[in-house]
Design a protein around this ligand. Structure first.
Ligand SMILES: *Cc1c(COP(=O)(O)O)cnc(C)c1O
Length: 391
């Protein structure tokens, strides 16, 4: 018997469930409109919230860094991979987040795997929101700690789990997205911090979709909720609002110092490239200096919500307090159909299906670079969807 035959069978099962996925080719620079399969579409599928991934200043910073330092960083940070650019970026992140220090990883995924598996082990407990991002869940699994999911954003249920289980473990870590990436709602951060304090737990919050977007200065949900002075562990990515590639952890200097000595996904991997590092640094300066980008983004969120309320009062929107706006569909097949109708109308907003999420949906993400007319075209297309599919 062919030991690889199961792979074909497994693919067939994936197809049958309408769960099959394949890449889509974007043939242009990042922006409010992109060329998709040879056709210009309005882009509601991007995490480039502030429109920085195509910004000339990031492009110039990256180009200059390549000219000065080459394309590759050639080694891990502790061997030959470290440049002054890395320190500059870490200082800028810590300054934005108002933490003592920060450390950059090669991706946000690696930041979560490395931080969680360094902070807890076999004798410890991880409590994880059931809707957390894959990188948080897999970080917890990699750590070898006991792992319990708590119902989404349910502070009472979490408290009961802590009452029941906390005493049986050495350390305890609560992990959560701050903006939930496939829903758009926010974690109840102040309450989670109170529980962490009451039960002597660490709290790790993933600000991937919040950095640059939430809070007066774009520092994220920690700033938005007024929790900057409280002790916690902040994770994030350089690849969403910051328009580059890479991840980070921000927190106390002892935490960061510890991770530089214990986080395997930082120690045993090649340092972030000079181009990515320089682009992210330029982006953080823009986040600080151009609050008008954030204002435009939130104006767009407001406008879309108003239009939907006026024209599609029955659309089943998931609760959202972010630029991520989702509406639910009855099945993966219907979500795919809705995605196709939108695509035919020149709108790029993907169907998100299991196993990424428990229920199928269309996910819309707004950017500062969208104009009102883009949002109006989106709502026109959503009206078409609602006429073709019972949403
Ligand atoms: C995107 C994302 C990540 C991964 O970040 P990358 O830098 O793309 O690896 C981690 N956590 C959350 C919540 C995310 O949305």
């Amino acid at each position: 018997m062919n030991p690889y035959a199961w792979i074909e069978n497994s693919l067939t099962t994936i197809h049958r469930a309408d769960w099959y996925r394949a890449v889509k080719t974007i043939q242009s620079s990042s922006g409010a409109t992109v060329l998709l399969d040879g056709r210009e579409v309005i882009n509601f599928a991007s995490n480039d919230y502030l429109g920085l991934a195509g910004d000339i200043r990031l492009i110039q910073a990256a180009t200059t860094a390549i000219q000065n330092f080459g394309t590759g960083s050639t080694g891990s940070r502790l061997l030959s991979g470290h440049r002054e650019l890395h320190s500059d970026l870490e200082i800028a992140i810590a300054s934005l987040k108002q933490t003592e220090d920060a450390v950059v990883f090669s991706s946000g995924y690696l930041a979560n795997l490395g931080a969680i598996s360094a902070l807890v082990g076999k004798r410890d407990l991880v409590l994880s929101d059931q809707y957390n991002h894959s990188s948080l869940k897999n970080g917890a699994i990699l750590s070898g700690a006991s792992l319990i999911d708590y119902p989404h954003c349910d502070v009472e249920a979490l408290k009961n789990q802590l009452r029941q289980h906390r005493k049986n473990y050495r350390r305890c870590l609560i992990i959560t997205d701050s903006v939930f990436s496939m829903d758009g709602d926010l974690c109840p951060l102040p309450f989670l911090l109170d529980l962490a304090e009451e039960f002597s737990c660490m709290l790790l919050v993933d600000e991937a979709h919040a950095t640059g977007v939430m809070g007066k200065n774009g520092a994220g949900c920690v700033e938005y909720f007024g929790c900057t002075v409280r002790e916690l562990i902040q994770i994030g990515t350089l690849s969403k609002a910051l328009g580059s590639l890479g991840g980070y952890v921000a927190g106390s200097s002892s935490l960061i110092d510890f991770l530089r000595n214990r986080a395997a996904t930082w120690i045993y991997t090649t340092a972030l490239s000079p181009a990515d590092t320089a682009a992210a640094l330029a982006a953080i300066n823009i986040v600080k200096e151009e609050p008008q980008r954030r204002a435009k983004l939130w104006g767009n969120v407001q406008y879309l919500k108003e239009l939907i309320e006026a024209r599609l009062p029955n659309l089943q929107l998931l609760p959202s307090e972010s630029p991520i706006i989702c509406f639910q569909l009855a099945s993966a097949g219907e979500a795919l159909k809705a995605g196709e109708i939108l695509k035919d109308a020149g709108i790029f907003a993907p169907a998100i299906r299991p196993p990424t999420v428990p229920t199928s949906r269309i996910r819309i993400s707004l950017m500062a670079s969208h104009e009102r007319v883009h949002i109006e075209r989106l709502v026109d297309a959503l009206v078409d969807v609602s006429l073709s599919i019972a949403t």
